[in-house]
Design a protein around this ligand. Sequence first.
Ligand code: FAD
Length: 435
Amino acid sequence: MTPFPNSLWSATAAPLASSPPLTEDLRTPVCIVGAGFAGLSTALHLAEAGTDCIVLDARQPGWGASGRNGGQVIPGLKHDPAALMARFGEKAGTRLARFSGDAPALLFDLVARHAIDCDLYTGGWIQPAHAPEGLETLRRRRAQWRSFTDEIVELDHAETARLVGSDHYVGAMLDRRGGSVQPLSLSRGLARAAVKLGIRLFGDTPALSLSRRDGTWEVETPAARVRADSVVVATNGYTDDLIPALRRSLVPVYSFQVATRPLSPNLAATILPDGHPASDTRRLLWYFRKDGQDRLIMGGRGFAKDSLDADDTRALQRAVQALYPQLGEVDFAYHWGGRVAMTADHLPHVHAPEPGLYAGVGFNGRGVAMATATGSILAHLAAGGEPEAQPLPVTALTPIAFHAFHAPAVQALAGYYRWRDDRECKRSRSGSSAR
Ligand SMILES: Cc1cc2nc3c(=O)[nH]c(=O)nc-3n(C[C@H](O)[C@H](O)[C@H](O)COP(=O)(O)OP(=O)(O)OC[C@H]3O[C@@H](n4cnc5c(N)ncnc54)[C@H](O)[C@@H]3O)c2cc1C
């Protein structure tokens, strides 16, 4: 079996019996490729609606971003409601904003319905502002969400300092719709629930090719062939050339995290005392939280590589010290990374490139709630639902022009963003705020 990265989550999640590889030909109504939140949620929604399906993963359930992320259950998308309305029109944009805002509730319901043990926290999500510029963004954000929810509140400097446990930030927004999970436990819980409902999961089974013959899809794997009426591809940042245009519609970037050992009760009480997860307004954001055993987890944008050395954690060491100097020089017990799938418009996409073929990808670092919720859409489509009726518009699959140049360009842009974030922070701290 493919080993899991040595993360805090793989060290603390309940084990899941490994899913066996597919060894014999199968016929199924729906074949799902990818066993992360999106693929597993699709399988669960199909099973709940009485449609049989199978799930294939090149590794194991939760091996991708779903088992490695920050576990922050964040409402909404990178774009706020006004931008969604400008892009899709008032009706479709409003529907998408509502769907993305309700995505945490969909996840929380799924967890409750299937009694998934994943350290669920439903007390909200904080977005602290790194500088006055960030505060302005939050003010606009809150104003745009006002007609959808009254669960978003402004926090002044003092209340932010209390809830974050640091006076690093100038203010914040608390969105009570959010929360957190142990992400690998959630992935495995979704897999367990799917198996309980009769879904068959096959691990170490990459889908190698797709073809359509006489209205039936054939999925080639190393040892056997699957025949299916519909295929759902849910491979996000780990998308390969199964559908080459899909790979070229995404730019995988890397995010990484570190985690301390459990903090002493005295220290833990000074950091995020009410248990909120937080992701700040930097362009290259810092995201942080505690886990169920009071370990501090700090995340940020990483290097262009999957695995990290202890040396690579220096930037996050600096972030921890800036926020929580009381911790001193921290010896991290875990460090790990994973791939985030970015799209050209920073929005997730559902595609239907051919009859009976669907893909849901591009969660842009916001997939805990959104990929899980998108599973409900993919399940509707795979079961024959109308594309026009879906809350995430089904869009044409458009490869990014000059795709090969995007990863280095994004890396270069990251340096510029870091410079701007640092400059705004410094100005804010010295009292002469930018503009
Ligand atoms: C370090 C990090 C931190 C993050 N933090 C947060 C956060 O706090 N909050 C948040 O909302 N989002 C966060 N995200 C983003 C979030 O994790 C993802 O958006 C989400 O997990 C995507 O789920 P998915 O099911 O689409 O893809 P994945 O979980 O990546 O699953 C894709 C699966 O497809 C499989 N696969 C690929 N190709 C094939 C093939 N040919 N055949 C079979 N299987 C295949 C892979 O093995 C993999 O298991 C973070 C991401 C990372 C990397």
